[in-house]
Design a protein around this ligand. Structure first.
Ligand code: AMP
Length: 452
């Protein structure tokens, strides 16, 4: 079914077709009708799900083109993301030439902003600081026609300390509709959002990473991360690989070794100047490079061309960081692989991700080959002692084993048994996670209650 099933103008449907968007993605299917009705939503959607258009389409549909006044404000946590959303929105101008859109972030041209002042834009995209300057402090535009406020990557907006700016904007705009997007919905974030934006609904998928993605834990043994990445590249020959590290200090020896081995790569991190960051994004998008070394900044929201592989050079402590990285691959229904390197020092972190329900399988790097590793984390002595499984779970595992037992050994037999056991374990892992979330939620509500 096409976009035609939504109550959109012919012009907008034509624009979507012209831009190559023929079928709505699942998230667009859910969000567009509700957003067209003017509902406020809290949407859990990973990048790559088509989330940007899930708000752009209803916003454009509801824009009164004859009214030269701001009608929607989109807030993004980084310049790169703001620009990307702006470019996505601007693409519609080819089909709807009277649509006026402006980008306000520290990187946007002054002339662009000045031009915006003479005839106000209908859709404003920007970063929190600039938007507060322009819309709250300087009061440059009439804002009483703003109907929609979008917070993109709300988790990052809050983590980066923009909560005050966002609240100031929201209070100034008094938009009747708020569309809040986040790749992950941690209970404390939801509690904060609910507090800041009472009346927002939940919508969207509960998946944190796209479906076509496979997750692997790679035992790199005693080989350093730099060598391990080099061997991985030689074993795998990825089409486009993003290798992430949380610390600059980790990236340095990796980039040194790659350079000395003559391996081509693009480097992206927050320590680059604004110009160099833009240049790096352009280079990545050019499709000329097969490897990007990056900090977690690149893991958020930026739309990159087809990424086949994501490598986490360190296992992130938090599942959110892992999901953001992994979510760079397998966008929009493609297949992709996410590889998290671990060794005996990072067993605890790897186990934590497993406990949170990440469906990893195991590999081991041997020389320059990547081999499946049947034993996986079970062989590692370090890390928390193997917990005694609850009686109930033990019983279910026994049943699963019995049910898959065969008189003769059949092909795939071991795999089938393992799969049945894993299924039981997954059920109990989920139970444990739910219990943890409940505790976290209770705690954050209690903390909020005390503050008041
Ligand atoms: P996002 O989740 O917003 O980061 O978007 C991911 C990518 O999906 C972008 O490159 C969009 O151009 C693309 N996209 C968004 N909606 C559709 C659609 N309905 N059909 C095909 N591609 C889409």
């Amino acid at each position: 079914m096409s976009f035609a099933r939504f109550a959109l103008s012919k012009e907008l449907i034509g624009a979507l077709e012209g831009l190559g968007y023929l079928e709505p993605s699942p998230i667009q299917d859910k969000v567009i009708p509700a957003a067209l009705r003017g509902e406020s939503l809290l949407v859990q959607a990973p990048t790559g799900s088509g989330k940007t258009h899930s708000f752009l389409v209803p916003i454009i549909a509801r824009t009164d083109l004859s009214l030269p006044r701001p009608q929607a404000v989109i807030v993004a946590p980084s310049r790169e993301l703001a620009r990307q959303t702006y470019e996505f929105a601007r693409a519609f101008q080819r089909y709807i030439p009277t649509l006026r859109i402006r980008l306000f972030s520290s990187e946007s041209e002054v002339s662009e902003n000045e031009e915006g002042k003479s005839l106000p834009p209908q859709i404003i995209v920007g970063t929190p600081g600039r938007l507060v300057d322009l819309l709250v402090k300087r009061d440059d535009y009439p804002l009483n026609n703003v109907r929609t406020l979008v917070l993109d990557e709300a988790d990052m907006l809050f983590e980066e300390g923009y909560e005050e700016d966002v609240v100031a904007l929201s209070e100034r705009l008094k938009a009747p509709q708020a569309l809040v997007y986040s790749a992950t919905l941690k209970p404390h974030l939801v509690a904060l959002l609910k507090d800041d934006f009472p009346g927002i609904d939940f919508e969207g998928s509960k998946e944190t990473t796209p479906g076509g993605l496979s997750h692997h834990l790679v035992d790199i043994k005693h080989v350093g991360k730099a060598r391990a990445l080099l061997s991985f590249l030689r074993a795998r020959h990825p089409y486009l690989c993003l290798a992430f590290a949380s610390k600059k200090e980790t990236l340095k020896p990796v980039s040194d070794l790659l350079r000395s081995e003559g391996i081509d790569y693009v480097y992206f991190s927050g320590s680059l100047s604004e110009r160099d960051r833009k240049k790096a994004i352009r280079e990545i998008r050019s499709g000329r490079h097969a490897l990007v070394l990056a900090s977690d900044l690149l893991a958020r929201g930026i739309d990159l061309p087809f990424v086949s592989d994501v490598v986490s050079l360190d296992v992130p402590n938090e599942i959110e960081f892992y999901s953001h990285r992994a979510g760079r691959a397998a966008r929009f229904g493609e297949k992709g692989d996410s590889w998290a390197f671990y060794n005996s020092d990072s067993v605890d972190e790897a186990k934590r991700l497993l406990d949170e329900g990440m469906p990893f399988d195991y590999y081991v790097l041997k020389g320059e080959t990547l081999q499946p590793d049947d034993a996986g984390l079970a062989k590692k002595p370090k890390g928390p002692h193997k917990k005694e499984l609850p009686e109930e779970e033990m019983k279910e595992i026994k049943i699963a084993k019995a049910l898959t037992r065969k008189k003769r050994v059949e092909p795939m037999h071991r795999k089938k048994t393992q799969f049945a056991i894993e299924k039981v374990k997954r059920k109990y892992r989920r139970k444990a996670i739910k219990a943890r979330i409940r505790t976290e939620l209770d705690a954050s509500y209690r903390a909020k209650g005390k503050k008041k």
